[in-house]
Design a protein around this ligand. Structure first.
Ligand code: SIN
Length: 531
């Protein structure tokens, strides 16, 4: 089967949906998503969107906080562009019906602002503690009502199609993708001259993550296989506080709780963050996650605790209903006892290298949202800057793509051969897939997490090389399935993370290594490519 559209968007989070809604004003949009439209990292975001809206705040302060969290590696021009365009994008979200919480102030209704680590001001717009779901639902409803957007749910992107792969002599560019229609068991060719990756991050590369199951690094893996530049993948952000409970599948305890005065306690009930940073519990995430890791290793405890007992039950129920109820369902009443928490993989700060307009190094391919490395986050993302980046980049990319690849002047025609599955058989050894999947996630957790060493990275690289060979053998010899595609992406992304981490011979932001404890004087982005 063959499908053709002016724009092809892969991923249905804030970036993908916002882009699709804007692109639909210019032409037809195919929206590919692995599960249902609402299944994305965005929908799981609790905290909110960082944006300057308060009178006592300023763009300069937000820029300063972002640069400070990014530990010397943010691109200041990009930070400036994204921060200053925030208010316009927030207004668009409100126009789509997103209901940010409001409060009474001097008899007036004003937007209610939360605070999170690394922010010098209250500037997080939120919708209780399910902000991402509110945004995702409203954008999805608008996109589903848009006649120019066609949704392809349960479709797994397999690979980007480029003119060089097709053996064409023209300048290399992306001309579409192959995708597996999981329900029909059929591979479809999606042809487009404007392909946008909005596939989110890669939390599932790690054993413990706050991310949904869909976060398997598909965009970075596909772009890397197609030869695009990938930047700063060593910077994987670990969220300091994920619920520690055998039955809670890495449930996030939002940083917004610390913004409301939550205090981290060690196993003996003592606060410890003052020993690590003067901003204590509201220090940037890399510092807090490392402090927790150190405390757990020092005391041999399996978790630390977040104390919210200074707030009444009714406050917690009203401000954090989802978190309060989920803890309660696991037997923890946050109003009367501290919440057991541990760090877990949360956000990919690097990704497919792009300009501030989302253009990648491969013509015809754009990347927006978590999958992209624009230069906003540097070595560590400031909390709640990601939804902001997704909305701003969607807008900028939609303008840039239409100007640089005009619809009325389509590039040279290409003929894409249909997918060949040859004489591939059904996967008969599913156990091998599941075993490899577990092995990758365990080895990344043990060897490539919060604190690293040269030796552990070297071991990880060797093991991943073997795993890569096995997975690729499966890929070529058996009929593809969704699990096999995700496994192939996981192993490729894990290897890119390790390669990037080995290239950075210093400790900066989220990349902390015992062998190179100092910072380099003139830090650079880590850029890797396949070829
Ligand atoms: C949180 O609510 O703590 C997550 C917010 C973010 O990752 O920016």
């Amino acid at each position: 089967m063959h499908h053709r559209s002016d724009f092809l968007v892969i991923g249905s989070g804030i970036a993908g949906l916002s882009f699709a809604l804007k692109a639909a004003r210019h032409g037809s949009v195919a929206m590919i998503t692995k599960r249902q439209g609402i299944d994305s990292n965005t929908a799981w975001a609790q905290g909110g969107v960082a944006c300057v809206t308060a009178e006592d705040d300023s763009f300069e302060l937000h820029i300063e906080d972002t640069l400070d969290a990014g530990a010397g590696l943010c691109h200041e021009d990009v930070v400036r562009a994204i921060v200053t365009e925030g208010p316009a994008r927030i207004q668009e979200l409100i126009d789509y019906g997103v209901a940010f919480d409001r409060q009474e102030q001097n008899g007036e209704s004003v937007v209610s602002l939360g605070r999170e680590g690394g922010h010098s001001k209250r500037r997080i717009l939120h919708s209780r503690d399910t902000t991402g779901r509110e945004i995702g639902e409203k954008l999805l409803t608008a996109a589903q009502a848009e006649p120019n957007i066609t949704f392809f749910e349960h479709h797994y992107a397999i690979d980007l199609i480029t003119t060089s792969k097709l053996g064409l002599a023209s300048e290399n560019r992306c001309v579409g993708i192959y995708a597996l229609d999981e329900r029909a068991g059929e591979v479809i060719t999606f042809r487009s001259d404007r392909v946008v990756l909005a596939t989110g991050g890669c939390g599932k590369v790690y054993l413990y993550t706050s991310n949904p199951d869909v976060a398997t690094g598909d965009g970075v893996a596909m772009a890397w296989r197609a030869g695009a530049m990938i930047a700063n993948m060593e910077f994987i952000q670990f969220h300091p506080t994920v619920l520690y409970h055998p039955k809670a599948k890495s449930f996030l305890i939002s940083e917004a709780l610390r913004g409301e005065g939550g205090i981290l306690l060690d196993k003996d009930g003592r606060p410890f963050m003052a020993n690590y940073d003067e901003r204590r519990d509201l220090a940037p995430r890399d510092i807090v996650a490392r402090a927790i890791d150190t405390e757990m290793k020092r005391s041999g405890s399996r978790c630390v605790f977040l104390d919210m007992r200074h707030h009444s039950k009714s406050f917690l129920q009203d401000r954090f209903p989802h978190i309060y109820q989920t803890c309660l369902a696991h037997g923890i009443d946050a109003a009367v006892e501290p919440i057991p928490v541990v760090p877990a993989a949360h956000y990919q700060c690097g990704g497919v290298k792009t300009s501030v307009d989302g253009a990648t190094s491969l013509k015809g391919l754009y990347a927006i949202g978590e999958v992209a490395s624009t230069g906003l986050h540097g070595a560590n993302r400031l909390a709640s800057n990601s939804l902001l980046e997704g909305a701003v980049l969607a807008h900028r990319a939609s303008k840039h793509i239409v100007a640089s690849i005009p619809l009325e002047r389509s590039p040279q025609k290409v003929r894409i051969p249909a997918w060949q599955s040859g004489d591939a058989e059904d996967v008969d050894e599913l156990v091998v897939i599941y075993h490899n999947w577990d092995e990758i996630r365990r080895l990344m957790w043990d060897y490539v997490s919060i604190v690293r060493t040269d030796k552990r990275l070297q071991r990880a690289a060797t093991r991943l090389q073997n795993l890569k060979r096995e997975v690729h053998e499966f890929y070529w010899n058996f009929k593809i399935t969704a699990d096999l595609l995700e496994l192939r992406n996981l192993v490729d992304v894990a290897a890119v993370i390790v390669e990037s981490a080995r290239l950075r011979q210093e400790s900066r932001g989220l990349h902390w290594t015992l062998n190179h404890p100092n910072k380099e004087d003139s830090p650079k982005d880590t850029v890797v490519t396949r070829f």
